[in-house]
Design a protein around this ligand. Structure first.
Ligand code: GRF
Length: 199
């Protein structure tokens, strides 16, 4: 059994972070959520993190215009809180490669499709679900994968399928995939804690 000191990175609603925080609150997960780092101080994720008592750091090109300084500040936070797991949960910025390198393969991301399909350049948010429907795929889903400096390219850890319905719009599909994400992300962390997934 392992436990992790988690740093969340989020830019928007923060519902995936919330699903993990709920699993921690319920006692299902044993890890310690330490901080939220966000590039968007007005995000729903900030409110959710604060409601849970997490420290929130706003780190963006506004607070730290210089790329190196920004990366340095993120690393300082990670060291201060002895972070050994980064959970990207709807983080719309590229994580500096120095940060990825220092985490030794302990950076997770969730993507709202079954990678390696529908990943890469431009494949975020509603675009992903539009592309799935346009391609006529009958099954979509969500993927949790390791992050390497090339986004959506790291090893796939676990996926959860979602059936695409004949009358789905990108929005209705997005809603069901998001629900699947809320189950998948805590599952992956549980499997990491139980060492049933090794990174
Ligand atoms: C999710 O669909 C996730 O797959 C993608 O961004 C969205 C974040 O949603 N990376 P939320 O902020 O967790 O509500």
């Amino acid at each position: 059994m392992k436990t992790f000191n988690i740093a969340f990175f989020a830019s928007h609603g923060g519902s995936n972070m919330q699903a993990i925080l709920d699993a921690i609150k319920d006692g299902r997960l044993k890890s310690n959520p330490a901080v939220l780092i966000t590039n968007n101080s007005k995000s729903g994720a900030c409110e959710k993190a604060a409601a849970f008592g997490l420290l929130v750091y706003h780190v963006s090109s506004v607070t730290h215009p210089d790329d190196n300084e920004r990366a340095k500040f993120i690393i300082e936070i990670l060291e201060k809180f002895k972070i050994d797991l980064i959970v990207l949960a709807g983080y719309m910025k590229k994580l500096p490669s120095e940060v990825i390198a220092r985490m030794n393969g302990r950076v997770l991301n969730i993507h709202p499709a079954l990678l390696p399909k529908f990943g890469g350049e431009g494949m975020y948010g509603i675009n992903v679900h539009k592309a799935v429907i346009e391609a006529g795929n009958k099954i979509s889903g969500a993927t949790v994968h390791l992050v390497e400096s090339e986004y959506d390219r790291g090893r796939i850890l676990l996926q959860k399928e979602v059936v695409v319905l004949a009358d789905d719009s990108p929005e209705t599909l997005a809603e069901r995939v998001l629900k699947a994400e809320h189950k998948l992300y805590p599952n992956v962390i549980e499997l990491l804690e139980k060492e049933e997934i090794i990174t």
